[in-house]
Design a protein around this ligand. Structure first.
Ligand code: ITT
Ligand code: NA
Length: 199
């Protein structure tokens, strides 16, 4: 049985393969890149959950196969949750991780260490071709550094120091990050649901 990973973000795909395999999900996982004819989903939702469901439904409908999707982002306390669902295009260019991170650091340059709380959020959605849907969420709390450190991961990983750690997400190994991440929590919660619905 094939399960579509309804994302074209390479960093997410790498993490999802590891998270889903470690959680004992024994399906053939295929990224959305295997279906180039399916157009990018317009993320018109106002929450992570809405956008994850939009992406999962679009791939499930187009392929006739079950699909999971991830919508995620960085929510900064002092910015009232921004960039949030706009994390991938905060600088104006979708997917320019470096520009997004640098703009955010510039916006926070006057904020002292006591006020740099933030969290990553992830909504993990499952959609079946018949319209059945499920969505669950996960979070990772932390504080934002003043400068990037580390080369692992993607996106805002070099500036988020998770609670209880002295290094950034980009200095954790992939396995260490997945064990505590928003994405790890959300998709580990989704696995029993996938197993139940796909038998
Ligand atoms: P798809 O829609 O194809 O999945 P996308 O990159 O557009 O890819 P999102 O709209 O969910 O996906 O944007 C997520 C952004 O949030 C991503 O570009 C990163 O900047 C940030 N982000 C999410 N999870 C992250 C993580 O684990 N580490 C660092 N940054 C992360
Ligand atoms: Na997106």
């Amino acid at each position: 049985q094939r399960l579509i990973l309804a994302t074209r973000n390479a960093g997410k795909i790498t993490e999802l393969h590891a998270i889903l395999a470690d959680a004992g999900l024994d399906l053939e996982l295929v990224g959305a890149d295997a279906y180039p004819e399916v157009p990018d989903t317009k993320e018109t939702g106002v929450t992570f959950a809405e956008n994850a469901l939009l992406k999962a439904h679009a791939l499930a409908r187009a392929t006739g196969l079950p699909a999971v999707a991830d919508d995620s982002g960085l929510c900064v306390d002092v910015l009232n949750g921004a960039p949030g669902i706009f994390s991938a295009r905060w600088s104006g260019t979708h997917g320019d991780d470096k520009a997004n991170l640098n703009l955010l650091l510039a916006q926070l340059s006057d904020i002292d260490d006591a006020h740099r709380g933030a969290h990553f959020a992830c909504a993990a959605a499952l959609a079946l071709p018949d319209g059945t849907e499920r969505v669950v969420e996960g979070r990772m709390e932390g504080v934002l550094r003043h400068a990037p450190t580390g080369t692992n991961g993607f996106g805002y990983d070099p500036i988020l120091q998770p609670e209880g750690h002295e290094v950034t997400c980009a200095e954790l190994t992939p396995a260490e990050k997945n064990a505590i991440s928003h994405r790890g929590k959300a998709f580990r919660a989704l696995v029993p649901v996938v197993k139940e619905l796909l038998g």
